[in-house]
Every structure is written in C-alpha cells, then in structure tokens.
Design a protein around this ligand. Structure first.
Ligand code: NAD
Length: 325
C-alpha cells in the first residue's frame, strides 16, 4: 500500500483541468504537492485553492525538458508522480503534430528521473484514444494491448499515449519502478477548456450560455462515455494507493454510453432556454462509438461510480455560468 498522507508528489500538467483538481485532492489528503506546468492550456486561476496551502508549490516550466526536471528532483525528494502534462484536444493535435510528439520525450524523461531518484510509483494519464477505431464494445484493456502491438493509432495523440503506456510498462517490469496507466474516457466538470479547442460539454455549455444552439457534427447518435472529474480523481487516487494497480493499464470511465444528441438535449433542459441543437456535416476522423469495460477499474481500484450524469452536468453548467469563461 502506498500512502499519500505526508508524501511529496509531483503533478505534471497540474494547472490544467484534471491536474488542478488532482492537486486539490492530494493536498486534502495531506500530501506535499509540486505542480509543474508550462501554462500552455493550464491556468494559474485553476490553482487558486491549491495556492492557499503551505504544502503546495507551483513551478512554471516544460515537463518535457529533462534538465529542468532534474533541478526539481535534486532539490526535493519526490515519492510519487502523476504524469498528466500533454498536448490535447482534437484541433490542437491536428494543428501542432510535432508539439504532440514531444510528449514522448517528456514521458521518457519522467521515467528516467523516476528510476534515478527512486520514485515509489508513477501514474500516467493515458486515454481512450489508445483504442483507435476499435469497434467491439465495451472496450477492454487487454484488447488495447493487442492493439498496441498492431499500432492502430489513429492520431499522433493516440500514438503518444500508447507509447507512454509502453514506456510505463517497461519501467515497471524491467526497472522496478511501479507504474499504472489510466485510460481516461471523456472527463468533464468545472475548469475544463471551453474554447473551440476544448471538449464537447464545455463547448455546448458555452454556446448555450451565449444563447446559441449547440452544434452537433453528424447525426448526433455517436456515443461517448462521460465521467465527472471528481470520480476520475477518486480513481486516480486509488490507482496510486493500490498495489494491485501496479504494472496495469486500467480504463477509467462511467461504463455508460451517452449519445451526443442526448447530451445536448440534457444541457438545453438544464439551461431552461428555448433552443434546439443544429447539425453540421460529420467529421471524418470522429470515432462512432466509445464505451469502456470498467470491470478492472472496479476490481483493482475498488471504485464504483454512481450514475449522476444530470446532477453533474448541472454542477458543471452552473460553474460555467458563474465563471463566464
Ligand atoms: P489540460 O489541457 O487542461 O491539462 C494539460 C496540462 O498540461 C495543462 O495545464 C498544460 O498547460 C500542461 N502542459 C502541456 N504540455 C506541457 C509541458 N510540456 N510541460 C508542462 N506542462 C504542460 O487537459 P486535461 O483534460 O486536464 O488533461 C490531463 C491529462 O489527461 C492529459 O494527459 C490528457 O491527455 C489526459 N486525458 C484527458 C481526457 C479528458 O477528457 N479531459 C481524456 C483522456 C485523457
């Protein structure tokens, strides 16, 4: 069993949407948290709560730069790492392919340093994108592994995540640095980017708040798995704490398919506005259906998530409404 309380934890990408919630949760559990972020998509405002803690420090810099990271490891004894820094978002990934690929160098640097400095465990944020165009649902982690061997990656982002998982695996199996890769499905909640580079829930809410109809690409019957950020964080904390998770690749999701049409309708209903979604031509690269098998998450992490989609959408809507981002 790994213990969070009293430990020192490095969170890369900690000023981002998920990373900042993770920092808050780790501080609440009594950890000392060092957040490294280059503020590419992350924001200092996301860290307002964390900054109030004397056990929190923020370092502005590039998590792909080994020399820079080395300086941090030399100064402080780091027990655990959550490696969350990444370039993401469909549009950004298409526009900046080489920047995306640099994240492989970052994962390599993190693992080299973890080995050199005797870090006790590393948790890596992988993605459902690792499944590429696999059609057989629910998506199972072992099928993901086959897929890695066949390198079915659909984008450089998915290549970065699959490669990251493999780097984690090698350091776990060969070099004795325990690791766990979490394949996150769509996470949503307060602090998520809502620009056109962002993600569907934030984009829909922003459109609705501006009195515009949410835009659906295609017929809207494509499905995704939506997990609230607090539930995602709970799974990540268990992934760190549980020895059963060592050396594993684990899906983190709700295990429930929601159509994009249903999502838009729910958000419109929450807003109380008289709107209806508008439909645009489907985007060719979009994957049609996505849904995780969450058996491993339940059995290895001991996490069962309550299905509170509407309530969590409401909380998220209210946050955007109050924050006006
Ligand atoms: P985010 O963009 O809000 O967070 C990423 C953070 O990493 C940002 O704060 C950004 O500034 C930082 N960053 C990027 N490159 C960096 C670098 N080289 N050095 C230092 N900091 C850097 O996105 P998020 O949704 O919070 O995603 C967190 C992690 O979860 C990512 O690894 C992402 O791939 C993964 N993930 C997210 C989702 C989702 O639904 N949001 C789904 C699957 C996987």
């Amino acid at each position: 069993m790994y213990s969070i309380e009293g430990s020192t934890i490095l969170v890369t990408g900690g000023a981002g949407f998920i990373g900042s919630h993770l920092c808050d949760a780790l501080l609440k559990k009594g950890a000392n948290v060092i957040c490294v972020d280059n503020l590419m998509t992350g924001k200092k405002e996301n860290l307002a709560q964390a900054m109030e803690s004397p056990n929190f420090s923020f370092v502005d810099g590039d998590a792909n730069n080994k020399e820079f990271l080395h300086g941090i490891f030399e100064k402080q004894s780091i027990d655990y790492i959550f490696h969350y820094a990444a370039v993401l978002g469909v549009q950004r990934v298409i526009e900046q392919p080489l920047l995306v690929l640099d994240d492989i160098i970052g994962t390599r640097a993190i693992m080299e340093l973890a080995k050199e400095f005797g870090v006790k465990k590393v948790v890596f944020s992988s993605s459902s994108e690792a499944y590429g165009h696999m059609a057989e649902l629910p998506l199972k982690e072992d099928t993901g592994r086959e897929l890695q061997n066949q390198t079915h990656s659909t984008s450089l982002y998915s290549l970065v995540k699959i490669t990251g998982e493999q780097i984690m695996q090698v350091y776990n199996d060969t070099y004795g640095v325990p690791t766990c890769s979490l394949r996150f499905f769509n996470v949503f909640g307060p602090r998520q980017e809502s620009s056109t580079y962002g993600f569907v829930i934030g984009i829909f809410i922003k459109q609705i708040l501006e009195g515009k109809a949410p835009t659906i690409f295609g017929d809207g019957y494509q499905t995704r798995d939506f997990i609230y950020v607090d539930d995602n964080i709970e799974s990540a904390l268990h992934a760190l704490e549980s020895e059963k998770a060592d050396g594993q690749v684990i899906n983190v999701g709700m295990g429930r398919q929601t159509t994009i049409r249903d999502l838009a309708e729910r958000l419109i209903a929450i807003s109380g506005k008289d709107l209806a979604p508008i439909f645009k031509e489907a985007r060719e690269y979009e994957i049609r259906y996505r849904s995780p098998d969450v058996t491993k998450m339940q059995s290895l992490l001991g996490v069962t998530i309550q299905d509170n989609l509407n309530e969590n959408l409401k909380k998220t809507y209210q946050w955007y409404e109050q924050t006006q981002v």
